[in-house]
Design a protein around this ligand. Structure first.
Ligand code: ZN
Length: 138
């Protein structure tokens, strides 16, 4: 059975729609901001995509789309060294793509927001078409 991205995205979108929206500029139906792609926004978006443009970082973020996690569980999930995962997490934290909280001595990482969750999921959905050769769709 093929799990299709359209089904997963629809499920996620309806779940996200129930959350409190941060401003009236965000449409509750599409979660799409009415923005003009000015220099600041283009630079910010490019920086986000630059952070996603590393397989290990993308894998870390993909794991964090489903739940928050500490460095030990992320290291196990992505199959990289703890040192490498720690360095990637520091970059992701510095650039604001992940946030942290402490539970005792443990640092727990979570992905910043729903837009980033959907961006990572859609990158992987798009990649699935590339890898499997499944025909494109809307
Ligand atoms: Zn698809």
């Amino acid at each position: 059975m093929t799990v299709h991205c359209g089904d997963m995205c629809g499920e996620k979108a309806s779940a996200m729609g129930e959350e409190t929206l941060p401003s009236a500029r965000v449409s509750p139906k599409t979660l799409s901001h009415r923005v003009i792609p000015d220099a600041d926004r283009l630079a910010a978006a490019s920086e986000t995509l630059r952070m996603l443009a590393d397989p290990t970082r993308l894998h870390i973020l993909w794991v964090l789309t489903t739940d928050e996690a500490d460095v030990t569980s992320l290291t196990g999930a992505v199959g990289a060294s703890r040192t490498a995962v720690s360095q990637h997490l520091a970059k992701l934290r510095f650039t604001g793509l992940v946030q942290t909280r402490k539970v005792g001595q443990r640092v727990i990482y979570r992905i910043r927001d729903g837009h980033l969750v959907r961006l990572v999921q859609e990158a992987m959905n798009h990649a699935d078409h590339t890898v499997t050769g499944e025909p494109p769709h809307e």
